[in-house]
Design a protein around this ligand. Structure first.
Ligand SMILES: [Cu+2]
Length: 168
């Protein structure tokens, strides 16, 4: 009986360790337990031929330590940058920034006209409803994968930014 147990437990243990490595390398576990919760992520649908777009979301730091996003990665575009908008002589302009702060207990909104994750040089045109994977890299070295559906900004009504009633 003892011998039988040894043989059945060993493959199970191997299976578990392989599973853990795979989950870690894809960042799914890290995302689920990350102190920053991501609300309402989306990527803006652009007209055909537009090579660039942006990802938006609300970041909520539920932990006790200030964090900042210091870079982002995605397979859909050649370059991924952190951007903000600034007003210059009455004209709205985008510029790259080093970090997006998410203070402990606070929310940081990435939204049209403000902070965003810029996707530059799309490899293929994005389709509405397609889910784009974006990985956020924080200043503590943690990585968090976001699944952001592509949405037409025209579908977004004022006030839809709150709640989670996105069933259609
Ligand atoms: Cu931008």
């Amino acid at each position: 009986m003892k011998r039988f147990l040894m043989h059945t437990l060993l493959p199970a243990a191997l299976l578990l360790s392989v599973g853990a490595v795979q989950a870690g390398s894809h960042g799914h576990d890290a995302g689920a337990s990350h102190p920053v919760k991501v609300h309402m992520p989306f990527v803006r649908l652009m007209p055909p031929g537009q090579p660039n777009t942006a990802a938006f979301m609300t970041l909520e730091n539920t932990g006790g330590k200030d964090l900042a996003v210091v870079s982002a990665e995605s397979g859909v575009s050649r370059v991924v940058e952190l951007h903000t908008h600034t007003m210059h002589e009455g004209v709205m302009r985008m510029r790259e920034i080093e970090r997006i702060e998410v203070a402990a207990g606070a929310r940081t909104e990435l939204k049209p006209g403000g902070l965003h994750v810029m996707l530059i040089g799309l490899h293929e045109p994005l389709q509405e409803g397609q889910v784009v994977e974006v990985t956020l890299v924080y200043d503590d070295g943690s990585r968090q994968m976001i699944h952001a559906p592509v949405r037409d900004p025209g579908d977004m009504m004022p006030g839809q930014g709150h709640g989670h009633g996105m069933n259609h």
